[in-house]
Design a protein around this ligand. Structure first.
Ligand SMILES: C[S@@+](CC[C@H](N)C(=O)[O-])C[C@H]1O[C@@H](n2cnc3c(N)ncnc32)[C@H](O)[C@@H]1O
Length: 437
């Protein structure tokens, strides 16, 4: 496999209709930090027109790799590198539609099941949505030549090739009107380039909540290894992955709300590594964040993690299997021995009793009710040393239509009340501040 070209040769193209989801925005900023040009393009009412213009412009400017990312997907920036590293012409990550239990892709006819997660691999699909899709120049060139696509819009002074013009195709029983992304796939396929999905890439489709692969199948519990059985397909073995499967997970995690934040935590928190810092995590669940902190930040022998959790979940965990949660957390953190210690209980009760302790880092990620987030922050603030860091998760979470049932209102209220006593370090899907007084 050839070495990937530098990030500067892969432009990230983001057609923006409304707002950019905070989880997407964080990851886009990280891609910029890593050297990718990122084009956030607004002002088009039709996404096919936006994609035609963006592709034409990017190719004219000499980019050899076009990474398409929709503004309502949240992703791990490392997965852009994962797609690029395949050295393949046309690859993508798969995600479900928001609402119907379907993937935003069309699997090849006869596909019985597809395996996602740590045991996934490369799977050819008939069509893919362009929410997280990497396409090399040769595909556009082949599409253009094979279909003799014209260059349009000379009179407007901005040339455009209609790579994404919607298309209708004959299907058994009638015709299928293909949207712009499926139309591109159809053209690419006829020109010799079918899309390959890397089913290890986890892409979240953000609506009222983050839709993941499992939403296309049965529901919201999240799995590291997930097999999607296609409706009506005869029972059979999952489609074998073309790439060698990764080793089975050696961890006790069933959910992952954390990994997308690693680039941010690396930037903000790893400067504390190797120092005798004391951290407080309010809401730990299975300990993904805790284990990361202990591995990457709390590395000094005297550094500690203090945790609080009911292990009973919150309203945001409807549909999540909580059986054995405390046991999984304890097993996942067992290797850190006495460095990690905590209390099972409601955060407000536990924090109220912690008057003598002082922390350098506080991370609030327990109940998502605005009043609870506000109470957690107010109670944790006196425990945080001046100069210490305070972080909140899920600033962009909108699991309920009522603002009082989501964290943002509580976070905003707390920050308004503390004006002048902190500096803001980051505001995206998470909010981080440094206490100054
Ligand atoms: C989103 S999860 C925490 C995720 C974790 N910080 C991570 O990075 O993986 C929220 C956790 O808060 C806990 N929780 C919810 N309400 C709580 C409360 N009032 N007091 C203490 N824990 C609570 C839940 O049991 C759950 O484990």
């Amino acid at each position: 496999m050839p070495d990937p070209a530098p990030p500067s040769s892969c432009v990230v193209l983001v057609p923006v209709g409304g707002a950019i989801d905070p989880g997407c925005d964080d990851a886009l900023r990280e891609l910029e930090r890593r050297g990718h040009p990122v084009w956030r393009v607004r002002g088009y009412s039709a996404v096919d027109a936006a994609r035609n213009q963006m592709a034409t412009d990017a190719l004219a400017q000499g980019y050899d790799e076009l990474m398409w990312i929709d503004s309502d997907v949240a992703f791990d920036p490392a997965d852009v590198g994962r797609l690029r590293a395949h050295g393949l012409p046309f690859t993508c990550g798969l995600y479900p539609k928001k609402g119907p239990r379907q993937f935003a892709c069309e699997f090849l006819p006869g596909t019985p099941a597809v395996r996602f997660g740590v045991n996934g691999g490369l799977v050819e699909v008939r069509y893919c949505g362009f929410g997280f899709t990497h396409v090399r120049r040769e595909v556009f060139d082949a599409v253009r030549m094979h279909h003799r696509l014209p260059t349009c819009n000379q009179r407007f002074g901005s040339l455009l090739v209609p790579y994404f013009e919607p298309l209708s195709i004959p299907e058994p029983g009638g015709r299928w009107s293909l949207s712009e992304d499926y139309a591109f796939c159809e053209r690419a396929r006829r020109a010799g380039f079918g899309p390959l999905a890397d089913t290890r890439v986890r892409v979240w489709h953000v609506g009222p909540y983050r839709y993941g692969w499992e939403d296309a199948g049965g529901g919201t519990p999240r799995y590291g290894d997930y097999t999607f059985h296609l409706p009506g397909a005869p029972p059979g073995e999952p489609v074998p992955a073309a790439a060698p499967p990764a080793p089975p997970p050696a961890d006790g995690f069933t959910q992952d709300w954390f990994t997308a934040h690693v680039p941010l935590w690396e930037r903000l928190l790893t400067p504390l590594a190797g120092r005798p810092v004391h951290a407080l995590e309010v809401g730990v669940f299975e300990g993904r964040g805790s284990v990361w902190l202990l591995d990457h930040v709390l590395t000094h022998p005297e550094a500690t993690l203090t945790w609080v959790d009911t292990f009973a979940g919150g309203a945001d965990h409807a549909g999540t299997d909580l059986a054995g949660l405390e046991g999984r957390f304890r097993a996942n953190t067992a290797r850190f021995g006495g460095k990690a210690r905590g209390t099972v209980g409601r955060s407000a009760d536990v924090l109220r009793g912690m008057t003598g302790e002082r922390f350098d880092l506080v991370y609030i990620d327990a109940s998502h009710e605005a009043a609870d987030v506000l109470a957690d922050a107010v109670l944790a603030w006196p425990l945080l040393r001046p100069g210490g860091l305070l972080g909140f998760d899920d600033y962009g979470w909108r699991g309920f239509p009522q603002p009082e049932r989501c964290p943002a209102l509580g976070i905003d209220a707390f920050l308004a009340a503390m004006r002048g006593r902190y500096v803001e370090l980051h505001r995206g899907e998470q909010v981080w501040v440094r206490k100054t007084a």
